[in-house]
Design a protein around this ligand. Structure first.
Ligand code: SF4
Length: 459
């Protein structure tokens, strides 16, 4: 079976060097193309659910709520209410007569039982269709219980995953600005767009602590409602995975004059650059302040120590992986930039790179940093990815839960770089974990026992 992109999908695919750069993106998925992309509700839940002391209630049929903590890896250092996924389990009668009463009963019962610091109520497709007034129910329950009860406008059909990010940012915007900020340091920041998969945000916080910076709020990995409420007191927003929380950073810049920096914590180059950018920000903000200079000094020392320790350990993997081919398909394209650089560090060639939510600027940057012949794809589907992986003779595929079976059916290595993973891949230590994981997968003897790639096409 040879998979070929549908005619209406052709302009979402670019082969570097074959024609001038142009790609269609940031549009609704083509009906019938079976996109890998998740729905609006999923986009909002990805961003909000790591807030560990909040109640997350999915207003909709039970099927929507399947997207729970248990298939995802965000860790908490304290409360773990986010592990529980609650649903109003809407049934036929609720669809006919409305689900507002059921929602109110569920909220009151859950708030009474679990004592959350806030509640997020996610609307799903069916709620958008039957027209339940989420705002009114949430407002009433908020008055009755005294905690913030926040509707998340995430009806699955109303756009693509990016609309879910926006819904999540809108929901958090209602919390920010409601906490006290008097005791926050001038040298402080919020971490946006890191979800503490496998404890990554703890490593990043340790770096910031060593540099002498105060972290006000994690948004949202290992997140706490009270910290988010005072996030407007930080001097800087440091935004990773910019697709998901950049809107929130923009809102905070507009309302509270907090500037933001886009960073990536993946790979040595981008991790180092992130720390230096932050240190430079405080040097520029306080040019005559000895503490700003001390932050830069500590940053240099931290990066030097980490890189010196890491490079010799990477050498073994670089020698083994040299010349192997990699494919990348991830949610946000900012992560893809770092992965391209990380694969270069171990001397591997990236032959395919794509994302669910990239913008025209993101793809232009990918086109600039990849080698000629690389396939760049927006909002792909399994048939396209299968076809590209076979065409390019890929050795390892980096993706998420929906990409894993594609790799395994073709008998090629796979590295999970999504929310389900249990291995920390961010930070300096994460680069070593990444190289080790790619090495283990590519070199695994198991591939000797799967059908050849040509045979696997008929699986
Ligand atoms: S919100 Fe809609 S698209 Fe999303 S999981 Fe529920 S039914 Fe499916």
């Amino acid at each position: 079976m040879e998979a070929i992109a549908l005619p209406d999908r052709q302009n979402h695919i670019h082969r570097k060097g074959e024609q001038p750069f142009a790609i269609r993106c940031n549009a609704d998925s083509l009906a019938g193309a079976v996109s890998q992309r998740a729905c609006v509700f999923c986009g909002s839940r990805v961003v909000l659910y790591p807030i560990a002391d909040a109640l997350h209630l999915v207003h909709g049929p039970i099927g929507c709520a399947v997207y729970t903590w248990d298939i995802r890896g965000a860790l908490s250092s304290g409360p773990a209410l986010h592990r529980l996924s609650f649903s109003t389990d809407l049934q036929e009668m609720d669809v006919i007569f409305g689900g507002e009463k059921k929602l109110r009963r569920a909220l009151l019962e859950l708030i009474d039982r679990h004592g959350p610091r806030a509640a997020f109520v996610y609307s799903t497709c069916i709620v958008g269709i039957i027209g339940d007034d989420l705002d009114a129910v949430c407002r009433r329950v908020e008055e009755e219980t005294g905690i913030p009860v926040i509707p998340v406008k995430s009806e699955g059909f109303k756009g693509n995953k990016r609309a879910g990010y926006q819904a999540a940012c809108d929901a958090m915007a209602r919390l920010i600005g409601t906490g006290a900020t008097g005791d926050i340091s001038r040298f402080s920041l919020n971490i946006l767009g890191d979800f503490n998969l496998a404890g990554e945000i703890w490593m990043i916080r340790d770096y910031y602590r060593e540099m002498g910076l105060e972290v006000v709020a994690n948004i949202t990995g290992d997140g706490r409602v009270d910290a988010i409420r005072r996030a407007h007191g930080a001097a800087l927003n440091v935004v990773q995975c910019s697709g998901s929380t950049m809107q929130l950073a923009d809102m905070m810049e507009e309302r509270y004059s907090i500037p933001s920096l886009r960073v990536s914590y993946f790979g040595i180059e981008d991790m180092s650059e992130a720390l230096y950018d932050i240190a430079r920000f405080f040097m520029n903000k306080y040019p005559d302040d000895p503490e700003a200079r001390a932050i830069m000094e500590r940053t240099r020392e931290l990066v030097r120590r980490e890189v010196e320790g890491l490079l010799p350990k990477l050498e073994k993997y670089r020698q083994a992986l040299s010349g192997k081919k990699a494919a990348i398909y991830v949610g946000g394209s900012f992560k893809a930039f770092s992965l391209v650089k990380a694969f270069r560090l171990v001397d591997m060639e990236v032959v395919l790179v794509g994302s669910q939510t990239g913008t025209a600027e993101d793809y232009a940057e990918l086109a600039a940093i990849t080698d000629p012949g690389t396939i760049i794809v927006d909002d792909a589907n399994p048939l396209e990815l299968t076809s590209f992986l076979k065409e390019k003779g890929v050795d390892v595929f980096v993706g998420g839960v929906k990409e894993r079976p594609i790799a395994y059916k073709l008998g090629i290595g796979f590295c999970d770089h999504n929310h389900e993973r249990k291995e920390a891949l961010a930070g300096f230590a994460g680069m070593l974990n990444f190289a080790r994981e790619v090495y283990s997968s590519v070199m695994s003897p198991v591939w000797r026992f799967v059908p050849g790639r040509a045979d696997a096409a008929s699986l």
